[in-house]
Design a protein around this ligand. Structure first.
Ligand code: SAM
Length: 273
């Protein structure tokens, strides 16, 4: 899987991602992460990519053209890598409208209908997007290429966002200085779903959110630490009892810590029966 990160601070994302599990996944060629400097596409001699905001207001805005040129360059590179100049990585949906009419499942995890199902995914990291979830990570993990667009300053000129962005993702209801940390979060969570990235594929299977519940508590050696003993059932070797205990703990923990998730879990369980 290939991540193409459009940013004004490429070293920040690359340095943050090239260690531990994600770094090893890059070394093994399971994922490829390129950070492309939007400033390289500035079309003035001072390499300026931001300007004042029409209508007034504090701060500066990233201009449309450098972002667009950077996107076009990445898009071409992807098409070239696919060995097909006509590969359907088009930013506009014209060629895809027929396909879209025929498709029954053009919705993303937020239920937003995408005009072009097979369109190259361009994710803008923005506090105005749908809040990122495990479900969205699973959806993105099916893509071969994803472009992640990081804003800075007061954000990006709306016109280029309208032209190129397919998904708006927020990592939470707070405002950061730039989209780099959110992009790194998306890359990390999507990458660990790629087969082979985690040593043990099972460890991605039984984790918080995957079945709508938070994960149960876990323990490692020693059996007693600070007078706290590992729950007896986990030492019993009785797999069915261990599974039952873990499920009960997951339900209890979700009810206590995330009542919103718990309510959804209960209503989904009722619908399934
Ligand atoms: N003026 C924008 C607004 O009020 O929506 C906020 C701009 S913010 C200071 C600069 C950049 O940081 C954004 O363009 C976005 O890329 C990124 N950013 C900030 N908070 C974010 C969040 N919660 N999730 C994702 N990206 C975020």
């Amino acid at each position: 899987m290939n991540f193409h990160i459009m940013t004004l601070f490429p070293e920040m994302v690359l340095q943050g991602l090239n260690t531990s599990i994600i770094g090893r996944a890059m070394e093994k060629g399971l994922i490829n992460i390129e950070a492309v400097n939007i400033r390289d596409y500035a079309y003035n001699k001072h390499n300026k990519v931001d300007d004042y905001i029409y209508g007034g207001g504090a701060g500066m805005l990233m201009q449309a053209e450098p972002v667009y040129l950077c996107y076009e360059a990445i898009k071409e590179k992807i098409a070239y890598a696919k060995g097909d100049k006509s590969a359907d990585v088009s930013g506009d949906c014209a060629t895809d409208e027929k396909k879209s009419e025929d498709s029954t499942d053009n919705r993303d995890s937020a239920g937003t209908e995408h005009k072009c199902k097979d369109r190259l995914r361009v994710v803008y990291l923005t506090p105005q997007g749908e809040v990122f979830t495990q479900k969205k990570a699973e959806e993105l993990a099916k893509e071969e290429d994803i472009i992640l667009l990081c804003g800075h300053y007061e954000g990006i000129d709306e016109r280029v966002l309208e032209e190129i962005v397919t998904d708006n993702i927020s990592i939470g209801d707070y405002v950061l200085t730039g989209g780099e940390l959110p992009a790194m979060i998306v890359v990390d969570s999507v990458s660990r779903l790629i087969p082979g990235v985690l040593n043990n594929d099972v460890s991605a299977e039984f984790e918080s959110f995957q079945d709508g519940l938070l994960e149960y508590p876990q323990y490692s050696r020693p059996e007693i630490w600070h007078d706290k003993k590992v729950p007896e059932v986990l030492l019993s070797g009785h797999h069915a009892n261990v599974d039952k205990w873990r499920h009960e703990q997951a339900v209890q923990r979700t009810r206590e810590r995330r009542p919103d998730l718990y309510e959804r879990y209960v209503s989904d369980s009722k619908n399934r029966t």
